[in-house]
Design a protein around this ligand. Structure first.
Ligand SMILES: O=C(O)[C@H](O)[C@@H](O)[C@H](O)[C@H](O)COP(=O)(O)O
Length: 257
C-alpha cells in the first residue's frame, strides 16, 4: 500500500525527500527490488551500465529476500556494485560486508564476482580509503562519482554508512571516501563514503523496517532533528525513505486518496 506522506524539501538542498510506507519488511524487500530494477532499466537503456552502492547490516537480507521472492528474472550483467562503507577486516571475516554479500547474494544471483568493486581491506583504513577513491574515479568519469542508486541503512543513533553523530567526518567536504578508526559500531576500523559523494547520487534509498527505527525516523523526518541519515539529500537527485509501517509508526502520515 502506498501511503504518500508529506513530501518535504530537504533543508539547504533543492531536492525532494520522498517517503513510502509499506506493510512489512517483506514488502520493503520487494519494493526495493522493484525500485532498483525500474531504475536500472532506464539507466541501462541510456548508458549500458548501472552503478549501485551497497550498505551492510540488514540491507543484505533485504536484497536477498527481495531477489529470491521476485518471479521475473532480472538481467544483472550490466550492474556494478560498490560499497558505501566497509569494515577493515578480512573478506572471510563474519563482519566483512563484501564477504557477507559473497556468502549470501552471490550464492544464488547470476552475478559475476567481478561485478563487485570491493574495498582492499588488507590495507590500513587510511590507505584503503585512498585506494578506494582511486577505484571509484577509475570507474566513473566524474570528479565526484555520480551513482545511479545508493542503498542505505540507518542505525538507531541516526548514523548511515559509517558516518556517526558528532563525528568530524560529518564535516568532510574534500574526500569522497574517508577512513574511520573509532566507529562506535563494531568493528571500529572502516572506510566510508562521505556526504559529498552521497549527495552527488541520482537516487539514495533508505530501506528501514521494524520498531527499533521508528523513533529516529520520526526525529529526522518529522522533527527535522540533525542526524547523519537526515543529511542525505542529493543535490540533483532524490532520497527515498522506504519504510515498513513499524518503522513509520511514529510518523503522522497522510493517506493519498
Ligand atoms: O556496515 C554497516 O554497518 C552499515 O553500512 C551501517 O551503516 C548500517 O547500514 C546501519 O548500521 C544499519 O544497520 P541495520 O540495517 O542492520 O540496522
Amino acid at each position: 500500500m502506498f501511503l504518500s506522506a508529506c513530501v518535504k524539501m530537504c533543508e539547504n538542498f533543492q531536492d525532494v525527500r520522498k517517503i513510502e510506507v509499506v506493510k512489512d519488511s517483506q514488502r520493503v524487500s520487494e519494493r526495493l527490488i522493484e525500485i532498483l530494477v525500474s531504475a536500472a532499466e532506464s539507466v541501462i537503456a541510456e548508458k549500458n551500465a548501472f552503478t549501485v552502492g551497497l550498505s551492510g547490516g540488514s540491507m543484505v537480507d533485504f536484497l536477498c529476500s527481495g531477489f529470491l521472492r521476485r518471479e521475473a528474472k532480472v538481467d544483472l550483467t550490466k550492474w556494478k556494485f560498490f560499497f558505501c562503507d566497509e569494515r577493515i577486516v578480512p573478506v572471510h571475516h563474519s563482519e566483512s560486508t563484501f564477504g557477507t554479500y559473497k556468502r549470501k547474494l552471490l550464492t544464488f544471483l547470476p552475478i559475476d564476482e567481478k561485478q563487485f568493486i570491493p574495498v582492499d581491506t588488507s590495507m590500513t583504513p587510511s590507505n584503503a580509503a585512498i585506494d578506494y577513491e582511486e577505484k571509484l574515479r577509475k570507474n566513473f568519469n566524474d570528479r565526484i562519482p555520480v551513482f545511479d542508486v545508493l542503498l542505505l541503512g540507518m542505525g538507531p543513533d541516526g548514523h548511515t554508512c559509517s558516518l556517526f553523530p558528532g563525528h568530524p567526518l560529518l564535516e568532510e567536504r574534500e574526500r569522497i571516501v574517508a577512513p574511520i578508526e573509532d566507529s562506535p559500531k563494531e568493528p571500529p576500523r572502516r572506510v566510508t563514503f562521505t556526504f559529498p559523494l552521497l549527495n552527488a547520487a541520482k537516487l539514495c534509498v533508505f530501506a528501514l523496517a521494524g520498531d527499533s527505527k521508528s523513533d529516529m525516523v520520526a526525529r529526522i523526518l518529522q522533527n527535522q532533528e540533525d542526524f547523519p541519515a537526515g543529511r542525505v539529500c542529493p543535490l540533483n537527485g532524490t532520497v527515498l525513505w522506504l519504510l515498513d509501517q513499524r518503522a513509520a509508526s511514529q510518523l503522522e502520515v497522510t493517506l493519498e486518496t
